[in-house]
Structure formats: C-alpha cells, structure tokens
Design a binder for this molecule. Structure first.
Ligand SMILES: Nc1nc2c(ncn2[C@@H]2O[C@H](COP(=O)(O)OP(=O)(O)OP(=O)(O)O)[C@@H](O)[C@H]2O)c(=O)[nH]1
Ligand SMILES: [Mg+2]
Length: 270
C-alpha cells in the first residue's frame, strides 16, 4: 500500500536575493533577459530602475530584486544608498569602449567605499559582462584582457550581446547558480575553477607586457642592454608565462610576444 502512495514533493525552498547592475549598457542586458527584447535607442536610466523577477535554481525558487544603477556621475547620491545587502553584482562594459572597461575599477571602488570598512565584498558574486560583442569592427578590449581582469579578482566572466542575445541566458544562469551556492555555503563565495589558478605576478606581468612600448620595455631591460641581460630577462619571463605552466588568460600571446621581442633584440646586439 505504502509503495503505491505518490511521493510527497518536498516544499521548494524559496530564497530572496538582491542583485545590482552597473557599468555601461547594463540596462539592455536586463531588458534582453527579462523581456526578451532589445532597444537600440539609448534611454538613460534616471537614478535607479527596479524590477523583480523569479527564477528556479535546482529545487529553489529565487525571487530576485534587481537594482539597475544609472551610470551618470550625477546620480551618485542616489546610487550610494543601494549597495548594502547585495548578493550579486553584474558589471558591464562595452568591448568597443576602453573607457568603459577602465571604469570597472571605479565602480568597484565606489561600492567598496559605500559599504564602508566593515562591508565585505568577498561574499558577493560578481559577473563581468564584456558586452556588445556583436560590434566586432569596433572591438578594442579583447577577451583575454577582460577575462584576466575578472578572473584575477575571482569574478565570473562572460562575453555578451544584448542585441543578439548571445551569452545572456548563460550568464544569468551561471550567476544565479553561483549566488545560490554562496547562500548555501554560509555566505562565502564558491571557489570557481578559474579563480586562484594563476598568480597575481602572472596577471600583472601579462598586463605589463600588453602595455609595453617596445621590445626593451617588454623584457624589462634598459635600451642598450647586453645579450646576457636580454637572455636572463627572457628566461625569467619564459618560466613565469610558459603555456605549460601558466593558465592565465592571454599568457600564450604574452609568451609569444616575449619570444619575438628577444629574437628582435638579439639580432641587433653583437
Ligand atoms: N550593438 C549593441 N548595442 C547595445 C548593446 N547593448 C546595449 N546597446 C546600446 O547601447 C546603448 C546604451 O545601453 P543602455 O543599456 O541603456 O546603457 P546604460 O549603461 O544602462 O546607460 P545609463 O542608464 O545611462 O547608465 C543603447 O543605445 C543600446 O541600444 C549590444 O549588445 N549591442
Ligand atoms: Mg541604464
């Protein structure tokens, strides 16, 4: 008799979370996800837009309160009230606008300052969206640069387009799962595969190589250095960045650039 009884469904555990979005073109990402549409006309957010949505993650029903921050500095006074008690942050930049990528640090600084000395950013899930990937012609921040910035901070990284919808569902899905993992993990950010798999020295070196102005600069030697000095500097970088040992985004290109720089310099040194 008991065997034929329908199994009682466990009541689904509901959860309420707060998510904020900021950066450049974040409103369109939310619109694409929530309303499945794209608006090409620019409608600036005035202050803060607020919305509620429900999502299902495993056996949990999640009620999401989304606060979409206006990017304009004018709205700082409004924004700064809203950073508290947040479980997830969506940070968006435009891959065709380097300024918007560089501004991510300022967004983080603003949030940190607002949360104050006792605020903890470690228990918040951050999802970085490299957005407008449909505009391939204007792209000036490549994937490895964005990924390196995000992953060296332990943030999730996604390539998205609010226009075509590419990457948006995947981003929200992974983002919500990570937030639920965080809540179930006692408020600690879950360790992602990519975080902590490379060192700060590796990340900083790749960035330095990317921004170097010539081959001397790239190897970190003075112009006119000897063969020995060039080789020594090269070996040090090769050990740090060799693709067999370094999984940081952009390490392969940085390694190749270093090999080329060394070859070019040695050609001209007696
Ligand atoms: N081609 C393309 N355009 C996009 C994409 N996402 C947003 N846009 C355009 O970029 C502009 C700005 O988008 P919004 O999402 O409103 O930007 P925002 O950061 O919310 O702006 P503020 O509210 O002023 O902070 C709009 O004209 C959008 O149509 C995208 O993926 N591809
Ligand atoms: Mg907006």
């Amino acid at each position: 008799m008991e065997a034929n009884m329908p199994k009682r469904k466990e009541p689904s555990k509901s959860l309420r979370i707060k998510v904020i979005s900021m950066g450049n073109a974040e409103s369109c990402i939310i619109k694409r996800y929530c309303e499945k549409r794209f608006v090409s006309k620019y409608l600036a957010t005035i202050g803060i837009d607020y919305g509620v949505t429900k999502v299902q993650v495993r056996d949990r029903e999640i009620k999401v309160n989304i606060f979409d921050m206006a990017g304009h500095p004018f709205f700082y006074e409004v924004r700064n009230e809203f950073y508290k008690d947040t479980q997830g942050v969506i940070l968006v930049y435009d891959v065709g606008q380097k300024d918007s990528f560089d501004a991510l640090d300022a967004w983080l600084a603003e949030m940190k300052q607002d949360l104050g000395p006792h605020g903890n950013m470690e228990n918040i899930v951050f999802a970085v969206c490299a957005n407008k990937i449909d505009c391939t012609k204007h792209r000036c921040v490549d994937e490895s640069e964005g990924r390196l910035w995000a992953e060296s901070k332990g943030f999730l990284y996604f390539e998205t387009s609010a226009q075509t919808g590419e990457g948006i569902n995947e981003m929200f899905q992974t983002f919500y799962v990570s937030i639920v993992d965080l809540c179930e993990n006692g408020g600690k950010r879950p360790i992602t595969n990519s975080s902590a798999s490379f060192t700060k020295e590796q990340a900083d070196t790749i960035r330095r190589i990317r921004n170097s102005k010539d081959s001397w600069d790239m190897l970190g030697v003075k112009p006119g250095a000897s063969r020995d000095e060039v080789n020594k500097a090269y070996r040090k970088l090769a050990v740090l960045l060799h693709p067999d040992k370094c999984v940081a985004p952009g390490s392969e290109d940085a390694f190749k650039a270093v090999v080329n720089a060394r070859t070019a310099l040695l050609k001209n040194i007696k």
